[in-house]
Ligand binder design. Sequence first.
Ligand SMILES: Cc1cc2nc3c(=O)[nH]c(=O)nc-3n(C[C@H](O)[C@H](O)[C@H](O)COP(=O)(O)OP(=O)(O)OC[C@H]3O[C@@H](n4cnc5c(N)ncnc54)[C@H](O)[C@@H]3O)c2cc1C
Ligand code: SF4
Length: 403
Amino acid sequence: MDNRKYVQPFEEALSLKTVTEEADRCLLCLDAPCSAACPAGTDPGKFIRSVRFLNYVGAAETIRANNPLGSVCARVCPTERYCQKGCSRSGIDRPIDIGKIQQFVTDYEEARGFKFLPKGKANGKKVAIVGAGPSGLTAAATLEKLGYAVEVFDKNPEAGGYLRYGIPEYRLPNKVVDEEIGRIEELGVKIHLNAEIVQKTLNDLKDRFDAVVLAIGASQGKVLPMFKDAKNVVTAVDFLAKTKSKAGKIDLPKSALVIGGGDVAMDTVTSLKLLGVEEVTDVVYETFAEFKASKKELQGAQRLGVSILDGYMPTKFEGGVVEFTHRYKESKLSVKADLIVLAVGQISDLGDITDIHLSKGEGTDRGNVFVTGDIAHGDKTVVYGVRTGKEVAYRIDAYLEGK
Ligand SMILES: Cc1cc2nc3c(=O)[nH]c(=O)nc-3n(C[C@H](O)[C@H](O)[C@H](O)COP(=O)(O)OP(=O)(O)OC[C@H]3O[C@@H](n4cnc5c(N)ncnc54)[C@H](O)[C@@H]3O)c2cc1C
Ligand code: SF4
């Protein structure tokens, strides 16, 4: 099997010349709409201004002051929904490619070994964080900067949550995830791996630490009832986790049917295609007009030759054949494939934990147990994980310092 396309970046990075050209297009807006639109407050208006004046160190400092996962966000942020959406340059030709400029700056920072995450003066208080995904890691970095001693517990063998076990290598290399986590550990954060927290161990953390954060995400793929316990059917998150942890060296089917039309579905069909699966069909409940995946991801999948059929709902699964009916037209479909991948959403798995309540899938703080990230909020992006990770750190600081 040939995994070369899977492990190579899907998009080219900017060079010194092209980053300068891109930054030169920026209008240096006074109340920069891009900065106002970043959920994590990464302040693109300010760091692009620094790049314009060839001050890459200042640009990196701005990014890090606001976003401990700046290098990850540069690669995976849906910028068309946030900073680039209101970019004033769109009125002239096209928005500034903010993600690519941010990637250049954070790569520059990494290559020169700069350290911009300052550790705070120890205040003698301890916080435990359950979950080493983007929200837990950001909460950890922010609390360390505020002077807390932080320990993170994750059930997986490696830290990163969906950064490590979801977003494919060609969009987010594990090397970048390692570098970001390395910076956070250098601040003093201790990460315990293979450490699943259940109610009993959570009780222990509540006693030993001044506050506990649950940042356990939404790590379980949903299974439609008709596919329960069926052979050759997997969830997209399980498929993507396995594919990334084996760097694409997995047994491949001859044909695959993916059900779902969000970004997770696009990552699945694109991974399958890059790994060489010839026949990849994606059947989507939404019509193209209602599509959930970003345009960029959808177009990328279409360019690779994935057949995308929109507006169909699965109605029956028998003998390895899935039947679909169109939601608006008189049209039916039958699809048979060696592998069926379900990309129909993710849910949180609390196990036996009763310390938080989930209402409509979203959790709330209780006593000295706080929640953050996908489990607490609906947006489900890395940059929202960063935002809510910072917010929970400030909530804990206010709670423990009586502010
Ligand atoms: C395939 C895929 C592609 C995506 N692509 C993008 C993208 O391009 N851009 C974007 O912005 N967002 C993307 N997302 C969404 C983004 O990854 C999530 O919104 C984000 O990771 C949520 O962060 P989190 O910290 O809340 O949870 P997670 O990243 O899910 O991390 C939760 C962590 O908690 C741990 N955990 C769970 N239960 C326990 C327990 N009981 N004890 C100990 N540890 C536990 C898990 O092992 C995990 O490490 C994607 C998601 C997926 C699945
Ligand atoms: S909105 Fe666009 S043009 Fe204005 S400062 Fe931000 S990147 Fe530059």
